[in-house]
Design a protein around this ligand. Structure first.
Ligand SMILES: Cc1ncc(COP(=O)(O)O)c(C=O)c1O
Length: 415
């Protein structure tokens, strides 16, 4: 008789974890008011709710300006365009992230140059950033992945010495602070996603933060079909409609009011997880950088050693945890595994000029490959909103899966 739920055994936590998103009367009221107002769209840009959210989120995170738009992919495209980055330019991105981080430079017309991450944090390796710089390099997009932040001291140092712009991909990092400066407020721009699963969500949406008034103006113009945003300016510049509607903006205003309490709850639960999880053989918690002075995360990412799990890799272990009732998955493959770069799926690698630069067969990212294909397991944010007992169940399930890992043999690596 099998013990593991994935093989028919009894799950550790059949009742599951709290739902996401959390909503109630404030959200219903906010949306109803917009419906009744008849002003649903994002034009004229910004609408009143969009402007309210932009100011409130920028203040919470610690930036001077916020620009709300359709999602957290075009935020990065707009940031690069606002920085005048495009055709012929190169933008350095990490090998372990959602594909959007590499797509955005291409959407702006630039070449993404992918570099590996560090084994300590699985965020972009500053030494490899420096080594990848060419005369065409204009920007770097560090990603604050999971509960970690990229080493912003080193990234800013490299960027300043080489005259590069920094666009922080903060899709996971609402609320994070580095040496008391908010994520997304250190580089030229910070890019945030408000897509359904993210910790500050309206279902869809994205924010750019910046401390530079001129960059904020350009971003507003780019998302509003190029309309001038300076009263002195005349005529249109280059842009498209990337506005977000007022219904979404109203939801974001209501969600922001809940954010700090949710963040603190996740922080306390994750600290407890870090206390308990190292007891499980083959589970490694990556040290938290003391320069992170306010901790927040979207998913929490830890490492497993497949040797301690009878050879099972991260996908199988995550599927086994899911079966035990623990919300776990593996989110990101190494960048060279994304369809975007596969010759059979995409025309990109055969584009003449980029042939040698975007050919996945020529890419090698040992750290991101180990993380994405064997070691990284992501716990969803709601795991951290079920108190200490919710965490104890995660650790019990992990220990159970490890103890009975021989039952995982024969399961396909991608469940
Ligand atoms: C690291 C990272 N960057 C960018 C994005 C893109 O955000 P959106 O889905 O809002 O376009 C995501 C969302 O999954 C992400 O995880």
């Amino acid at each position: 008789m099998a013990e593991l739920a994935i093989r028919g055994g009894t799950p550790v936590r059949p009742r599951g974890y709290p739902a996401w998103p959390v909503w109630g009367e404030p959200e219903i009221r906010a949306v109803t008011e917009v419906v009744r107002s008849g002003r649903w769209g994002g034009f004229p840009e910004p609408g009143p709710r969009a402007a309210e959210f932009e100011a409130a989120f920028a203040a919470y995170q610690g930036a001077r300006f916020g620009v709300l738009m359709a999602n957290g992919t075009i935020t990065m495209e707009v940031a690069l365009k606002a920085l005048d980055i495009g055709w012929g330019d190169e933008v350095i991105v990490p090998a372990l992230t959602f594909v959007a981080t590499a797509y955005a430079p291409m959407a702006a017309g630039a070449l993404p140059v992918i570099v590996d991450v560090t084994p300590e944090t699985w965020t972009i390796d500053p030494d490899l950033v420096e080594a990848a710089i060419t005369p065409r390099t204009r920007a770097v997009i560090p990603v604050h992945l999971g509960q970690q932040m990229a080493d912003m001291d080193r990234i800013m140092d490299v960027a300043e010495r080489h005259g590069l712009a920094v666009v922080e991909d903060c899709a996971h990092a609402h609320g994070q602070r580095w040496r008391d400066r908010g994520a997304g407020c250190i580089g030229a721009f910070g890019s945030f996603s408000h897509q359904s699963s993210k910790i500050l969500t309206a279902g869809e949406g994205g924010s750019l933060l910046t401390n530079d008034e001129e960059l904020a103006r350009r971003a507003h113009s780019l998302i509003d079909c190029g309309r001038p945003k300076d009263p002195e300016e005349r005529g249109y510049t280059f842009g498209a409609n990337y506005r977000l509607g007022e219904l979404h903006a109203a939801l974001l205003v209501a969600q922001l009011a809940r954010f700090e309490e949710q963040r603190a709850e996740r922080e306390a639960a994750a600290a407890y997880f870090e206390e308990l999880a190292p007891q499980v053989p083959g589970v490694t918690i990556k040290p938290r950088d003391p320069r992170i002075t306010r901790w927040s995360f979207y998913n929490y990412i830890f490492a497993i050693d497949p040797d301690a799990f009878a050879g099972a890799t991260n996908h199988v272990v995550a599927a086994a945890l899911e079966a035990e009732g623990i919300p776990a998955e593996v989110q990101y493959p190494p960048m060279n595994r994304y369809d975007l770069f596969q010759p059979s799926r995409s025309k990109l690698p055969v584009a003449v000029e980029f042939a040698d630069r975007l050919d996945p067969a020529r890419m090698s990212f040992p750290v991101a490959e180990a993380a994405g294909l064997r070691e990284s397991v992501y716990l969803m944010e709601n795991t951290f909103r079920a108190g200490r007992e919710g965490i104890e169940d995660v650790v019990e399930a992990l220990a159970k899966v490890q103890k009975h890992a021989h039952e995982l043999e024969g399961l396909a690596p991608r469940a």
